[in-house]
Design a protein around this ligand. Structure first.
Ligand code: OGA
Ligand code: ZN
Ligand code: ZN
Length: 406
């Protein structure tokens, strides 16, 4: 069961809120007025919304402009007039009809227009649909990690939705009681979408190996890192299924998790210069080698902290083994950049943020590879974890399909 009573540790409330499409209440259109290149539309509940003519013409829903089966716009942009003129418009039985001066006719129904309003409330609702809320956490999350039953998640849609939403919010969730044999990560990924393949394969076996081509395939400590920073399209989510683990020692083979976004935001507040260096200095991330006879030489150039145009963190690249010795950063900033990186590392390992947990056989640990920094302590023998990746695009899409259809 998920801990519904979980009181999160909200360190930063993100700009974007939780998803909830909500049902459309049938509001009828009553009136339309044209004013220059806008239409002002009134609803029965006395609300008014304004739509640009160019947007209405672009979004004509007739079969010439919009292909109903593929649900896609087919209107030719190269022939599109961005200053369309209206010859008449009216509202009849809740439908807005527009006759354009070139003779084309469009019709828009009340609900369709309501959902696509340009007013703040409509725009906020739409943002809730496309951007999930993130709740940042610190080490207090340990006692309240979202946990669900593996079989409920794969057999009951309601449980799958609930569990995936926790993953969206906290960036980490555990599934318990999966069978202790290979193949479960694939079953889980296929309930959602499909596995993201990398040069380590679709599924990969994290075990101490004879000739390891990755430091993860040794029995030594894996310092905190994000996986595959050297991929431009790095996998969104890691799935790690503990198949075998020596449970006689609490520390050996334990996993470590930190909310990298929480630490980075704290850094932005307290040490803005260090944050800026990590957010603006380019770094080469790389992985070269051979896996299953496939030779690879991957390099991706990006800072440690990647932000979107609003400054919101979207991806952390952090891996001591996979940071290349080629360093594109300007010579003058190298020393300060190392000091900033070391500060980030110290913050990640601090008691305030680090969550330690020992997976037991049957546990599947799933976490956001753009946000959560993870590690593992060294172990003796007999530890076997099967891993796979899945992208956020597939997870977000599955959630929308399950909640709202298409
Ligand atoms: C990895 C990794 C964790 C583990 O393979 O990249 O982080 O528990 N493994 O072995
Ligand atoms: Zn049309
Ligand atoms: Zn890893």
């Amino acid at each position: 069961m998920l801990h519904n009573s979980f009181k999160p540790f909200i360190l930063v409330s993100q700009k974007l809120r939780c998803t909830n499409f909500g049902l459309v209440v049938k509001h009828m259109l009553t009136k339309v007025e044209k004013c220059e290149n806008l239409l002002h539309v009134s609803w029965k509940d006395s609300t008014k919304r304004t739509y640009p003519l160019v947007w209405l013409r672009d979004n004509c829903q007739c079969e010439k402009c919009f292909h109903p089966e593929s649900k896609s716009r087919t209107l030719l942009l190269k022939e599109f007039d961005t200053h369309p003129a209206v010859s008449s418009c009216k509202v009849l039985n809740g439908t807005l009809s527009v006759a354009w001066s070139d003779g084309h006719k469009s019709a828009f129904n009340s609900d369709w227009l309501l959902l696509r309003g340009f007013d703040n409330e409509s725009q906020r609702k739409r943002s809730e649909q496309v951007c999930s809320q993130k709740i940042l956490w610190n080490s207090g999350l340990k006692e309240n990690l979202p946990r669900s039953n593996f079989f409920s998640a794969i057999n009951e849609n309601e449980s799958l939705v609930c569990w995936l939403k926790s993953l969206q919010k906290y960036g980490v969730a555990i599934l318990e009681n999966a069978p202790c044999k290979q193949g479960q990560v694939r079953i889980l990924a296929h309930k959602i979408g499909f596995i993201k393949k990398t040069h380590y394969g679709e599924e990969f076996q994290v075990q101490a190996k004879d000739q390891p081509n990755n430091v993860a395939y040794t029995s030594t400590e894996l310092q905190l890192h994000t996986d595959l920073p050297y991929y431009e399209y790095k996998p969104g989510v890691n799935i790690l299924h503990c198949i075998a683990q020596d449970m006689t020692s609490a520390e050996k083979g334990e996993n470590q998790l930190v909310d990298g976004f929480a630490v980075a935001e704290n850094m932005r507040d307290k040490y803005p210069d260090a944050f800026k260096l990590l957010a603006t200095t380019l770094v080469d991330w790389s992985d070269v080698g051979v896996d299953d006879s496939f030779t690879f030489n991957k390099v991706y150039r990006a800072p440690v902290f990647c932000q979107d145009i609003t400054g919101q963190l979207i991806r952390i690249n952090y891996s001591q083994p996979q940071r290349d010795s080629y360093f594109p950063g300007p010579l003058e900033t190298v020393q300060d950049w190392y000091d900033a990186l070391k500060l980030f590392c110290t913050m990640l390992y601090s008691e305030e943020y680090l969550v330690r947990l020992k997976l037991k056989p049957g546990d599947i640990l799933i976490f956001d590879n753009r946000r959560v920094v993870h590690g593992r302590s060294g172990f003796g023998g007999g530890r076997h974890v099967e891993g796979a990746y899945i992208d956020w695009d597939e997870i977000n899409s599955r959630l929308r399909v399950l909640e709202f259809g298409i």
